[in-house]
Design a protein. Structure first.
Length: 351
């Protein structure tokens, strides 16, 4: 199992940021999970959110919370779940549009704002490696294992698939330089490249892998290499978190309850996902059950998932040295979830 060891320079920097992070938590008002005046259940505020690759599993907790009234219970109506295109494209939707909060890839956060001057990671999100699996065409008899791969498709720069296309070959012992990495532009585009024979492997939409098992062969399964991996996080801007703390807490509370609802009734979640995506309910149920079994979603923070994702960012050649103690802000999390900050920060924060 992979373990990340931050550099001495990064450890020193993070220790130096502890006092700043603690001061920030003390200075900002309110305890985790408390309602705020800007999110009143009697008069809910309406917002849109953006979610990376919304046709994939990332949208499922958002759909459950939206349709079951779990956000509205805390004073927020999520009117539209706006699909992002992954990586930096979703980050631009968050920063440039009128959308205040969303679920965006961890690498894109590091690339966009490593010092935490503009952004705040305020909630968990997708913290397990499922369904980040890479497939070959079953008809391509040349590709039988990861050792045979020469052209590997990922979606976009600064996406989770970008990081994994660097991290998995290293963990598999593939010599550096053997694999050519190809940016496809999106999950669907990667499938098109694969079917055209332009790449050896690509990440498939999980629902496609479930519905067409005879057409593809699994070559690199992320869960085989990584137990935890932070794909995406609930993120907002620093200014919005400061001016709308109740909305941020309401989003986290609704998301956390949605994860519990999925665990309790995966079929209900699958029906919502199938209606949203147009997929078959039984295939959607397989996706939901696999994701839930792998603890894919989480409302709180997970330092192990952060460590593996950061290792992938560093392998991609990024020169960004993120201040994780500032980027990750646990004050908006519900009391019942993990508030642990990334390695080198102050550990666990309470309200």
């Amino acid at each position: 199992m992979f373990t990340s060891f931050p550099s001495p320079r990064r450890r020193a920097r993070r220790r130096g940021s502890i006092a700043v992070a603690v001061a920030l938590l003390v200075a900002l008002t309110g305890c985790a999970g408390d309602p705020g005046p800007d999110a009143d259940p009697a008069a809910p505020v309406t917002i849109d959110v953006t979610v990376s690759a919304a046709a994939e599993i990332y949208s499922i907790p958002w759909l459950v919370a939206q349709k079951q009234g779990l956000f509205e219970k805390y004073g927020v109506i999520v009117e539209n779940i706006v699909p992002g295109k992954g990586g930096s494209a979703t980050m631009r939707t968050l920063l440039d549009g009128n959308i205040p909060i969303g679920e965006v890839s961890y690498p894109s956060i590091v690339q966009a704002d490593p010092t935490g001057s503009e952004l705040r990671v305020v909630g968990g999100g997708t913290q397990g490696p499922y369904p980040m699996n890479f497939y070959a065409l079953a008809s391509n008899t040349r590709i039988n294992s990861i050792q045979d791969v020469r052209r590997w498709a990922y979606t976009r720069p600064n996406s989770a698939t970008d990081a994994l296309s660097q991290l998995i070959p290293k963990l598999a012992g593939i010599p550096e330089g053997r694999i050519e990495r190809v940016s496809s532009g999106g999950i669907g585009e990667g499938l098109a490249l694969l079917e055209a024979g332009s790449v050896d492997i690509a990440m498939l939409p999980s629902i496609v892998a479930e519905q067409r098992p005879d057409d593809f062969e699994l070559i690199a399964s992320s869960p085989e290499y990584l137990e935890r991996f932070l794909q995406s996080t609930i993120t907002t801007t620093k200014d919005y978190a400061a001016s709308h703390p109740g909305v941020v807490r309401a989003i986290n509370a609704g998301y956390t309850e949605a994860v519990a609802s999925i665990d309790a009734n995966p079929r209900a979640a699958a029906e919502l996902y199938a209606e949203y995506s147009g997929f078959d309910v039984e295939a959607a149920l397989k996706v939901v059950e696999r994701a839930a079994a792998a603890r894919t979603w989480g409302g709180g923070f997970d330092p192990a998932s952060v460590a593996s994702a950061q290792a992938g960012v560093e392998l991609s050649g990024s020169d960004r040295d993120p201040d994780l103690c500032t980027l990750f802000d646990p004050q908006f999390l519900p009391a019942e979830v993990d508030h642990s900050l990334p390695d080198g920060c102050s550990g666990t924060s309470s309200s």
